[in-house]
Ligand binder design. Structure first.
Ligand code: EPZ
Length: 424
């Protein structure tokens, strides 16, 4: 197993290119099950979650390869592999997003057998809203031996609300949308997620021949069509990767320019960073983060889009640990998503957690320590803390980071960080 070792204290400077969005790529790849013929998708990051999704789709009969220009070609052919409907436990357990093959499988092959994704360190993560939506479209669903087994002779349009206790559901909206595009009649999804990644999936499907309107709002209308065809498509830039690099610039009091950024997708992150005192300027698809030493503490609440993303919470926590004064974070999506706070405390941070709140009293400095990554974004928060900590930080269990950030240590090192990957 590898670990990351960081000698903190370097000011980061330079330019970094942001990759395509992992959380747009995963459901779009699954949606290729619905399309007849080849699709070529540009901007797919080279990360472990994408490799897992490729294996899942190959198991389902997909022919997948990288082309010379770096795009990923995915081919499913109508009428072939109808009997292949299983997403097995050993792949689904590696990545919850594999659950987004459920809608396409049900729609295209009439059956789906997908391992039930369990809870994880960021919280319970049920899929009841996914199943409620798919049932409303006319599928029968049972849970057997750890699998969701769903079948439908014909899916029929209907009106569904995806409102849950913590708002709507991102992947649930993807599953219901992909099941509805080929259903008979019109489906209205109320309380749909409108995250940029959900919008990207809808744009992808429309380009392939679907009829989805209301994209970007909380009510989607989907008129069923008879068939969808393969297309060329470019994934949106990853707003969470961009936000993570912005905080890398801010926390090291450096100056970084990010290339391939959609500023509109980052509005809440940029607004909060400016409130803290970080200077951010944008020019086309370039964004520059410039820092000073005069940061203010802040109160942060994570919310569904266009609110501040929960996937940026750990990174903001790391930054606020270095800002003198009291900051409060309210986690509005996954109330238990604070495991990283215990690791940050090992580095000298002063954080009190009383779910769903974390109160942070900024300390003059963090110090290097051995810390353990519990999930992808927690890992990003720990790397950011390590960049500014005095001394050496050893970050263990970095396979979580490899799931979602392409060559993170290499790109940070190109910006001037003293960071290396070491075999333990
Ligand atoms: C997506 O997960 C993302 N994953 C997560 O990013 C992200 O944190 C999350 O959306 C919220 O933005 C991918 O896109 C692959 P949800 P998802 O269903 O769709 C509750 C990362 O690090 N809920 O929107 O699984 C749920 O418990 C990952 O890249 C139900 O109650 O999240 C949570 O409180 C981590 N019933 C809330 O809704 C359901 O059926 C939002 O979860 C589904 C969800």
């Amino acid at each position: 197993m590898d670990k990351i070792v960081i000698e903190g204290g370097r000011r980061l400077e330079g330019k970094v290119r942001i990759n395509g969005a992992k959380n747009a790529a995963l459901p779009i790849m699954a949606a290729c099950l619905l399309l007849h013929g080849p699709s070529r998708i540009k901007g797919i990051p080279d990360i472990v979650d994408i490799r897992t999704q490729i294996r899942i789709l190959e198991n389902l009969g997909g022919e997948i390869r990288y082309l010379e220009d770096g795009s990923l070609e995915i081919i499913f052919r109508d009428g072939e592999n109808k009997e292949k409907v299983t997403a097995p436990y050993d792949l689904v357990r590696k990545m919850r997003a594999s659950v987004c093959v459920l809608g396409p499988l049900l729609s295209k092959r009439g059956n789906a057998k997908v391992s039930y994704p369990g809870g994880c360190v960021i919280g319970q993560r049920p899929i009841d809203l996914h199943l409620k939506g798919l049932s409303a479209l006319g599928s029968s669903i049972e849970t057997k031996e750890g699998y969701v087994i769903a079948s439908a002779n014909k899916l029929r349009g209907t009106r569904i609300s995806l409102k849950g206790q913590y708002g709507t559901t991102v992947l649930g909206t993807c599953n219901v949308m992909t099941a509805a595009v080929l259903a008979e009649g019109t489906t209205i999804i109320d309380d749909a997620a409108c995250e940029p990644e959900v919008q990207d999936l809808a744009h992808f499907l429309n380009k392939a021949g679907a009829k989805i309107s209301g994209i970007g709002s909380n009510a989607l209308t989907i008129e069923g069509v008879k068939e969808l065809h393969g297309i060329d498509y470019e994934i949106i830039p990853d707003r969470i990767e961009a936000g993570t690099f912005m905080i890398a610039g801010a926390i090291t009091r450096g100056e970084i320019t990010l290339e391939n950024v959609r500023e509109d997708h980052l509005a809440a992150t940029i607004e909060k960073l400016r409130e803290i005192g970080v200077e951010i300027t944008t020019n086309g698809n370039y964004t520059t983060v410039k820092s000073n030493n005069d940061y203010q503490p802040a109160n942060i609440t994570t919310m569904p889009y266009p609110g501040l993303p929960t996937d940026m919470q750990a990174q903001f926590m790391a930054l606020l640990c270095t800002v003198s004064g009291k900051s409060v974070i309210t986690e509005g999506i996954f109330p238990d998503r604070f495991i990283h706070s215990a690791e940050l405390r090992r580095m000298g941070a002063d954080i009190q957690v009383d779910v769903p709140y974390a109160t942070i009293n900024g300390t003059p400095f963090l110090s290097g320590a051995h810390v353990m990554v519990s999930d992808l974004r927690a890992g990003a928060g720990l790397v950011l803390a390590g960049l500014v900590a005095k001394g050496t930080t050893h970050i263990h269990r970095i396979y979580h980071l490899d799931r979602g950030y392409e060559q993170l240590e290499k790109r940070l090192s190109q910006l001037g960080a003293n960071i290396t990957r070491v075999q333990e």
